[in-house]
Design a protein around this ligand. Structure first.
Ligand SMILES: NC(=O)c1ccc[n+]([C@@H]2O[C@H](COP(=O)([O-])OP(=O)(O)OC[C@H]3O[C@@H](n4cnc5c(N)ncnc54)[C@H](O)[C@@H]3O)[C@@H](O)[C@H]2O)c1
Length: 366
């Protein structure tokens, strides 16, 4: 069976392997070869993943470690909060752990971000292994070391950069994923196509015309290409001081949608999808790029959301964009495209120009 491997080298700081397999979770043991003193592992699992894959996880890890201490995290974004962080941290510190006890996080981006932050904090850092189980986590959140939780004042406002010791993705987990979650991951994959690899459009077209929309083994190729793009970008800019910003294509618009509509109204993937459309319109308008909006709209029928509730909230959306973490001196900073595969950072001097872009975006998705 297919086995893909990419090594992420973060300059002088850390180096870890990202492995992608299909139905071969047992190969995670390769990460622990030669570590004879590893008796115990902490295993942090998303609730739904636990429900569907408990036996697989326990049988596989049970063969590698003598003792497993497992903690189940309730599913959903609400778990990325201070109280869940505190409960998990307490639990970790009550376990008989040492500084080299592996901390294995199995789930989507929520459990990955929360667990990663706990791993970074306990004993000033336990060796963290991500086992991403959503499409989004496989192509994006498990790679690159961003960890954290939300605060009542905003999303992802508490956290740290903490690189894992390894990432092990088995596409078999995707067999139980809801269609909506596939679509969430699709948004990030399409983002990679726009900012770095137009070949991804072709792979997606092939998957969809051959009706492989939800067939995990068929997605190995596109997951691998996406994960590689993310790793290459993180390798040269782990702390997001330069190129890593390009990964925010569509995100400043998207975060504004998520925030103004109240978190939970739109999923991250839906908001980013609409956000990329807005970013394409902006690129065409502000930079005179000639990007065909149909490149994004061709996937619109896969999504099922309406932005109509935002029709009278355009000033709030623009205000929210100014508050985005990426804004500088309250000027909106956007990632736009001069062309496909040619992203640039653009500072908006006159944000009123964004009103028409928002109008068109909301109309298109109403
Ligand atoms: N750290 C980063 O660089 C980064 C990047 C992008 C997004 N994120 C964060 O990731 C989060 C979103 O991640 P997500 O989309 O994976 O959401 P998620 O973790 O909430 O997972 C989505 C849903 O799928 C379920 N699930 C997970 N794996 C499953 C499986 N194999 N089978 C069935 N159900 C499964 C979960 O229980 C949940 O209900 C957000 O909090 C976002 O901020 C982080």
């Amino acid at each position: 069976m297919d086995n893909r491997l990419t090594i992420l080298n973060i300059s002088n700081e850390s180096r870890y392997t990202i492995k992608l397999v299909h139905k071969e979770l047992r190969k995670i043991s390769e990460y622990f070869l030669g570590s004879s003193d590893l008796e115990r592992a902490l295993v942090i699992v998303d609730q739904k993943v636990h429900l569907y894959h408990r036996d697989l996880i326990e049988n596989t890890l049970g063969k590698i470690f003598k003792y497993l201490s497992s903690y189940i995290v309730p599913s959903g974004e609400k778990s990325k909060n201070l109280s869940q962080f505190s409960s998990l941290l307490h639990w970790v510190l009550e376990q008989p752990i040492e500084r080299n006890t592996p901390f294995i996080v199995i789930g989507g981006g929520v459990v990955g971000d929360l667990g990663g932050f706990v791993a970074a904090s306990a004993l000033r850092g336990l060796p963290l292994y991500h086992v991403p189980t959503t499409l989004l986590a496989m192509v994006d959140s498990s790679i690159g070391g961003k960890t954290g939780i939300n605060h009542s004042t905003g999303k992802n406002l508490i956290g740290s950069f903490y690189q894992p010791s390894g990432v092990f993705a088995d596409t078999h987990f995707l067999s139980t994923l809801d269609q909506k979650e596939w679509t969430n991951g699709l948004s990030e994959i399409v983002k990679y196509a726009f900012i770095q690899d137009r070949g991804i459009f072709t792979i997606l077209e092939k998957l969809f015309t051959q009706n492989h929309d939800y067939e995990p083994s068929k997605w190995l190729d596109v997951i691998y290409r996406s994960a590689q793009i993310k790793s290459e970008i993180v390798a040269v800019d782990a702390l997001e001081k330069g190129r890593r910003e390009f990964l925010n294509f569509g995100h400043t618009f998207g975060h504004a949608i998520e925030n103004i509509a109240d978190y939970g109204t739109f999923s991250h993937g839906e908001a980013i999808f609409a956000g990329m459309y807005a970013a394409i319109l902006t690129s065409n308008e502000f930079l005179h790029a000639k990007i065909d909006p149909n490149l994004i709209l061709q996937y619109a029928s896969r999504y099922n959301f309406s932005l109509a509730c935002l029709r009278y909230l355009i000033p709030d959306l623009i205000e929210q964009m100014k508050r985005d973490k990426k804004a500088q001196q309250s000027h909106i900073r956007l990632i736009l495209l001069q062309d496909i595969e040619a992203p640039v950072v653009y500072t908006v001097e006159n944000e009123n120009r964004l009103t028409a872009i928002w109008k068109q975006t909301i109309e298109t998705f109403s």
